[in-house]
Ligand binder design. Structure first.
Ligand code: NOJ
Length: 741
C-alpha cells in the first residue's frame, strides 16, 4: 500500500481500532491451539478488544493461521490483517542446537544458514515475526536462559546476532522469511544471582561495553522489532525505561521499528513497584516508547481512558499504531494477508534431507570435546561399545525452547551409533535422568503420571544399573550419555546446584570401578559443574541440546567422521560458588597470579580454585594445531591506523581441522580499568591435513577503545597486550602502543 493510502487508513481508524493494533494476544483467545509458555491468567478484556487485536502470539501451522487471519480480518472494521509472531529460537521444525551450542560453533556464517531455514519453515506455517535472536550476554549458568544465549561475550554474541537476524530476514521479499525481533532489551542476562526475572544493576560503562553490543548489532543488521526485558536495569523495568528505549535505542542507534513488551511485562510494572496501577503502567510504558503490549490487559483496558481524560494525547497512540501498520505494510500484508502461508509448502519444505544435513553439520560443530585422555577418541568402530545412560536412547534432544519442534523427529545417539556399530553395540538406560520426584514436580510441566515415566521404581532402577555394569564389563569402551532434564534449562529454569544428579554420578563411579574406558556425553542447556567426573572419565563431550540430528552429530564425532571444532562460548566453573565466573573479568589489585603480595591476602577462594574448570574459548580437537609467534605489521599506531596481525598455524596431523583463531587484548592502563582479556576478533579457518596457514587480522585501532560512564566510547593512548590463540588461556602475546596523535 502506498504511504498516502496508509496514512488515510490511520486517519480513518477509530481509537479502539488503533489501540487494538497495540495489543497482542495468544491463541486461546481465538479458540486456536496455542503453544506459548508463560503464566496463565484471565486477562479480563472485552470481546471487542479481542476482535481488534493486531497481532497473535505462537499460533502456528498454515491451516490454523489462515483460518484465524480470515476470521480476524472479517471482524475488523478496516479488515486489517493480524501479524503472527512466534518463538522460533533455534529452529522451527528442523531444530538446530540451542543458541549456547550455536555460540560454540564460532561460525556465524553457518548459523546464518540455520536461521534462514528456520525463517523459511516458520513463514510457510504462517508466522511473519520471530521472537529471536535472544542475545542477552550472561555470565551466570545458574540462570536457566543461558540456554537461549550464544554465550558470555559481547563480541561473539554480536556476530551471532548479525548472522541470526540476517538469516531470518534473507527471504522476506519472497515471503519465505521472518522479521526478526531481538530480545530482551536490555541486560536481562545480568540478573543478580542468576535468578530468573531478577534485577540487573551495573555501571553504564559495563552496560555499554559488555551488554548492549549484541542488541545494537541486531539493530544494525536491520531487525525490525525489539522486545523489552522482564527485568529491571538500574532500578527501572526495561518495558518502561524511557532512557533505554528512547535515548539509546531510537536516538543513539536510530531504531525506527516496533517495540514490543515481553509476556505480561506491562502488567508487571505494578508488581515491580514502578507503577501504581494498570492505568499508570499503560501511561508509563507507552510514554517510554513501547508500541505493543504482549499478553496483558493493560493497553486494551487503559489506553482509551488515558486519551479521554487527557493524560495521553491521541497522537502518541497514532505514532505507535503507525509503526505497527508500517511493518504490516512492509511485509505486503495488506495485499496478501496470508504472506507465504502454505500447507503445501509446509509439507514440502519442513525437515527435508538437506535441512537435516545442515542441522547435523551445525550440531557436529557445536560439540565441544572437553577431555580426551590418551586420545581415546575417536573410536575406530571396531570396539565393543556399551552405550549407557538416560540420554543414550532419548529423543528429547531439542531442549525446552524448541516449542514448535517435535522430539519424535530426533535421531537418538543409540539409533545413530547402531547404524555404524551394529552388533558391537549394547544399550541400557543404566539410570534415570533424575530420581528426584520433588524436583521434577517443581519444574512445573510434568504431571504425576509423567513423573512416573521418568522415575523408575527401585526394582527397575536396580535392574538397569546391574545391566549397565554387565554390558560395560563385556565392552571395550563405555559411552555414558547423561545430563539435565530438558525442563531444567530455559525460561524459569534457574538453579543453584549445577552438578550432575547423584544417581548419574553414582553409576559413573561404579562403571569407573570396572576399569573401563569411559566417554561421557553431557547433554545440558548450560555449563554444568563437571569437576567431580573428570577423573572418572577418559573423554567428555559437551553436547548441549544438539537438536533434531543431535544423535548423528555425536556419533560423527565419536567415530571420527569429523574432528571436533566446537569451542566454549561460556566458562565452565570448577564449582557453583565461583559464579558469576567469566573470562573478561578485571584484574583486581591483588590478582592471585602476579600479585605483589604472597600468601593469604590475594584475590582467591580458600576452598576452591579461582580458575575455571574449562575456560572460555576452550575445546579439543583430534588434530593438534600449533600456533606460531604473533607478527604485527607495526607496533605503534595512531587512532586512525589499523593493527595488522598475522600468525602461522601448523596442522601436523592427518585430520582436516576447522580451527577458531581467537584474538584478545588487554589495555594495560586505562582511566576505567579494563578486563584482563577481551575478545576483539576471531576467524574459523579450515586447515588441510599436514598443512600450514597464515591467518591474518586487521583490527582498526578504534576497536581498542572502551565506554566511559556516560556511554561515550574513548580511545586512550598507551600500551596494550595482544593475545592470539586457541582459547582465552592458551595464547601467544605481543605488545603494541597507541600513540597520542
Ligand atoms: C516470555 C519470554 O521471556 C520471551 O522470550 C518469549 O518470547 C515470550 N514469552 C513469548 O513466548
Amino acid at each position: 500500500m502506498q504511504q498516502e493510502k496508509l496514512r488515510e487508513l490511520l486517519a480513518d481508524m477509530s481509537l479502539p481500532e488503533k489501540i487494538g493494533q497495540l495489543v497482542q494476544l495468544s491463541g486461546e483467545f481465538f479458540q486456536s491451539k496455542d503453544i506459548s509458555y508463560g503464566p496463565i491468567q484471565k486477562l479480563g478484556i472485552s470481546q471487542e478488544a479481542i476482535d481488534l487485536t493486531g497481532s497473535v502470539l505462537n499460533v502456528t501451522g498454515a491451516h490454523a493461521t489462515k483460518q484465524l487471519q480470515e476470521q480476524q480480518m472479517a471482524k475488523q472494521p478496516h479488515h486489517i490483517p493480524v501479524l503472527f509472531m512466534a518463538d522460533v529460537i533455534y529452529g522451527f521444525k528442523t531444530i538446530f542446537p540451542i543458541p549456547l551450542g550455536l555460540g560454540a560453533t564460532w561460525d556465524p556464517e553457518l548459523v546464518q544458514q540455520a536461521f534462514r531455514i528456520a525463517g523459511n519453515e516458520a513463514a510457510a506455517s504462517g508466522n511473519q515475526v520471530s521472537f529471536a535472536p535472544m542475545v542477552d550476554v550472561t555470565h551466570d549458568p545458574r540462570w536457566g536462559r543461558t540456554l537461549e544465549s550464544p554465550g558470555e561475550d559481547a563480541l561473539l554474541n554480536a556476530r551471532m546476532a548479525t548472522a541470526m537476524v540476517t538469516g531470518f530476514q534473507t527471504d522476506l521479499a519472497e515471503k519465505a522469511g521472518q522479521v526478526s525481533c531481538v530480545k530482551h532489551f536490555a541486560a536481562y542476562g545480568g540478573v543478580e544471582a542468576g535468578r530468573e526475572y531478577n534485577s540487573a544493576d551495573m555501571s553504564l560503562s559495563n552496560l555499554y561495553q559488555n551488554y548492549l553490543p549484541p542488541y545494537k548489532a541486531a539493530v544494525d543488521a536491520g531487525c525490525e522489532m525489539v522486545m523489552t526485558s522482564l527485568s529491571t536495569l538500574n532500578g527501572v523495568p526495561g518495558t518502561a525505561d524511557k532512557w533505554l528505549l528512547q535515548d539509546v535505542l531510537k536516538k543513539q542507534w536510530g531504531f525506527d521499528g516496533v517495540l514490543i513488551s515481553d509476556y505480561a511485562s506491562v502488567y508487571e510494572l505494578v508488581k515491580h513497584g514502578y507503577a501504581t496501577d494498570d492505568r499508570d503502567s499503560a501511561l508509563k510504558a507507552l510514554d517510554a516508547g513501547l508500541d505493543i503490549d504482549m499478553k496483558s490487559p493493560v493497553y486494551a483496558n487503559e489506553l482509551q481512558g488515558l486519551v479521554e481524560d487527557g493524560s495521553l494525547s491521541e497522537d502518541r497512540i497514532d505514532q505507535a499504531c503507525w509503526r505497527v501498520l508500517q511493518l504490516k505494510n512492509k511485509l505486503g500484508l495488506f495485499e496478501d494477508p496470508y504472506f507465504g502461508t502454505s500447507e503445501e509448502a509446509e509439507k514440502k519444505i519442513n525437515l527435508t534431507a538437506d535441512k537435516r544435513a545442515l542441522a547435523r553439520k551445525v550440531a557436529a560443530e557445536s560439540l565441544v570435546l572437553l577431555q580426551n585422555k590418551n586420545d581415546i577418541l575417536p573410536l575406530t568402530g571396531a570396539e565393543k561399545v556399551a552405550l549407557i545412560g538416560p540420554y543414550a536412547d532419548e529423543k528429547s534432544l531439542i531442549g525446552m525452547w524448541a516449542v514448535h519442534g517435535d522430539p519424535a523427529d530426533c535421531v537418538t545417539i543409540k539409533e545413530a551409533l547402531q547404524e555404524e556399530l551394529g552388533e558391537r553395540l549394547t544399550y541400557t538406560r543404566g539410570t534415570d535422568i533424575s530420581r528426584d520426584k520433588e524436583k521434577l514436580r517443581g519444574l512445573g510441566f510434568l504431571t504425576d503420571e509423567m513423573i512416573t515415566q521418568v522415575v523408575s521404581d527401585d526394582e527397575t532402577e536396580q535392574k538397569h544399573h546391574d545391566e549397565a555394569l554387565k554390558n560395560a564389563q563385556a565392552a571395550d569402551v563405555v559411552i555414558y550419555a547423561v545430563g539435565e532434564h530438558s525442563f531444567e534449562a530455559g525460561e524459569a529454569g534457574s538453579k543453584t546446584n549445577l552438578h550432575l544428579p547423584d544417581n548419574q554420578v553414582n553409576l559413573l563411579n561404579d562403571l569407573h570401578g570396572l576399569g573401563k574406558k569411559i566417554v561421557l556425553v553431557n547433554i545440558s542447556g548450560r555449563p554444568l559443574v563437571l569437576s567431580n567426573v573428570t577423573d572418572k572419565t577418559d573423554a567428555i563431550i559437551q553436547a548441549w541440546f544438539p537438536g533434531t540430528e543431535g544423535g548423528l552429530a555425536i556419533a560423527d564425532v565419536i567415530l571420527g567422521k569429523v574432528s571436533p571444532s566446537g569451542r566454549l562460548s561460556m566458562t565452565f566453573p570448577y564449582t557453583e560458588g565461583q559464579e558469576p565466573l567469566y573470562y573478561a573479568h578485571l584484574s583486581t589489585g591483588r590478582p592471585q597470579d602476579g600479585s605483589q603480595h604472597v600468601g593469604r591476602f590475594v584475590s582467591r577462594y580458600i576452598d576452591a580454585p579461582t580458575a575455571p574448570l574449562y575456560a572460555f574459548g576452550y575445546g579439543l580437537s583430534y588434530a593438534q594445531v600449533e600456533y606460531g609467534k604473533i607478527k604485527l605489521e607495526k607496533d605503534k599506531l595512531s587512532a586512525n591506523d589499523t593493527l595488522k596481525v598475522s600468525i602461522e598455524l601448523t596442522n601436523a596431523s592427518n585430520w582436516q581441522q576447522k580451527e577458531t583463531v581467537q584474538v584478545y587484548f588487554h589495555d594495560d592502563a586505562a582511566s576505567i580499568v579494563q578486563p584482563v582479556k577481551r575478545l576483539i576478533d576471531f576467524k574459523k579457518v579450515v586447515l588441510a591435513p599436514h598443512s600450514k596457514q597464515i591467518v591474518t587480522f586487521a583490527i582498526p585501532a578504534m576497536y581498542f577503545s572502551f565506554y566511559d560512564n556516560q556511554g561515550e566510547s574513548i580511545l586512550e593512548p598507551g600500551t596494550f597486550h595482544l593475545f592470539v590463540g586457541a582459547n582465552s588461556q592458551d595464547v601467544a602475546s605481543a605488545t603494541f602502543e597507541i600513540l597520542d596523535k
